[in-house]
Design a protein around this ligand. Structure first.
Ligand code: MN
Length: 337
C-alpha cells in the first residue's frame, strides 16, 4: 500500500490529454527511469507524452533511451518545437536550478505542473507536489503510482525502474533502502526486471585501459597522518602506457577512502596540458570544499575538485599540506561538545 494519495494525480491525468515530462540536468538512472515509467503510465491511459531534458543521458545509460525517445533541449527539440502539452510532470527534482535550461521553458509555459520527487531541498514550483522524502528513489513512487492507477508495466519499463531504484540505493546498500523498496523491486522482477542484466549494462562496461589504470595506480596507494589521509596519483606515463583517459580515474578516489581509518582522500591526475586535476573526498566533519577553494576549485563538503599547475610532485605537496592542515585543525567533535 502506498503512503501517497495518488487521487490528485489520477484527476490531473483524467482531465488532460497531452503531457511533457522532464527531470534534472545530468540525468541519472532514477531521473530517466522515472521519466520512462511515468511515460508508460500515461501511454497506457491513452495520453500523448513527450520527454525533454536539458542534458543527454550519459553513455552508460543509453539503454534507458531506446530509439532516442528522450529528447534534448536545443538539440533534438527547441523551446519553439516542444510538443504541445496541457501538463508538465517534473520527476526526481523540486529545484528550478536542477532543471537547467528546461526551467525557463517550464516557467514560461501555461501548462499545469506536477512534481513527483523524493528530495528534501525544494523550491515553490506552484505545482501539484507528490513528494515523499522517505522514498529511496523517485522510481519507487512511480511504481506505486502505476499500481494505484491500475497500469501493468512491461519488462522494458520494469528494467528501467529497477535501474532507477538500484542505483539510487547504491544497489540496496544505502540506509534509504527499506522493506518497501524490496517489495517494489520484487514486483518489478515479477514484471520481467532482470537485476544482473541491469547491473551489467550500468557497471560492467569498463574499458580494459580503465581497469589496468585502476590496478596500476591503486597498487601504490599512500597514507599520511597515521592513515587518516589516503591518496594516489596517475601521471602522464600511467595514462600513456595503459591507454587510459582522465575520466578513467573516476571513482578511484572513493576506493582510497575505503581504507580503514581514512578520513579523507585525494587523487591527482596529470593532464596532457601538464596541469594536475585533483578529486578530493572526506568524511564528516572534514570539509574538502574549503580545501578545493584554496586552489580555485570547489564542490561539496565531502566531495570537491581543483586543478593546479604542474609539475605533479609539487602540486601533490601543496594539496597534501592543505589536507594535513584540515585534519589537524578540524576537531573530530565540536569544541563545545
Ligand atoms: Mn532520485
Amino acid at each position: 500500500v502506498s503512503a501517497m494519495d495518488w487521487t490528485p494525480l489520477k484527476k490531473v491525468i483524467d482531465e488532460n490529454e497531452s503531457f511533457l515530462i522532464s527531470s534534472h540536468v545530468r540525468p541519472d538512472a532514477d531521473a530517466l527511469g522515472s521519466e520512462l515509467g511515468m511515460r508508460a503510465i500515461l501511454l497506457a491511459m491513452g495520453k500523448t507524452v513527450s520527454i525533454v531534458n536539458a542534458s543527454a543521458p550519459p553513455a552508460n545509460l543509453q539503454f534507458m533511451n531506446p530509439a532516442g525517445l528522450i529528447l534534448k533541449l536545443n538539440d533534438t527539440v527547441t523551446k519553439a518545437t516542444i510538443p504541445q502539452h496541457d501538463v508538465v510532470i517534473i520527476v526526481d527534482t523540486s529545484a528550478w536550478q536542477q532543471l537547467g535550461s528546461m526551467a525557463d521553458v517550464i516557467q514560461a509555459s501555461a501548462a499545469k505542473r506536477v512534481v513527483i520527487d523524493h528530495h528534501v531541498s525544494s523550491d515553490h514550483m506552484n505545482a501539484l507536489e507528490l513528494k515523499d522524502v522517505e522514498s529511496a528513489a523517485t522510481g519507487e513512487l512511480i511504481c506505486e503510482a502505476a499500481e494505484e492507477l491500475g497500469v501493468t508495466l512491461d519488462s522494458d519499463v520494469a528494467n528501467w525502474l529497477y535501474a532507477a531504484i538500484a542505483t539510487d540505493t547504491g544497489w540496496f546498500r544505502f540506509p534509504s533502502t527499506t522493506a518497501r523498496t524490496m517489495r517494489i523491486v520484487a514486483k518489478l522482477m515479477d514484471r520481467g526486471a532482470i537485476p544482473h542484466y541491469v547491473y551489467n549494462l550500468v557497471h560492467e562496461q569498463s574499458s580494459l585501459a580503465r581497469v589496468r589504470l585502476g590496478g596500476r595506480v591503486m597498487a601504490r596507494t599512500q597514507i599520511d597522518a597515521e592513515g587518516r589521509l589516503a591518496w594516489i596519483y596517475a601521471d602522464g606515463r600511467d595514462m600513456a602506457e595503459t591507454g587510459a583517459v582522465p575520466s578513467d580515474t573516476e571513482g578511484l578516489v572513493n576506493v582510497c577512502l575505503t581504507v580503514g581509518g581514512a578520513e579523507a582522500a585525494f587523487v591527482a591526475v596529470e593532464l596532457q596540458t601538464g596541469q594536475i586535476k585533483f578529486s578530493l573526498r572526506s568524511r564528516v566533519p572534514h570539509n574538502v570544499a574549503a580545501v578545493a577553494e584554496q586552489f580555485g576549485g570547489g564542490g561539496h563538503k565531502l566531495a570537491s575538485g581543483a586543478t593546479l599547475p604542474g609539475p605533479l610532485p609539487a602540486a601533490v605537496e601543496r594539496i597534501k599540506a592543505a589536507f594535513l592542515n584540515m585534519l589537524g585543525t578540524d576537531p573530530a567533535v565540536p569544541a563545545d561538545a
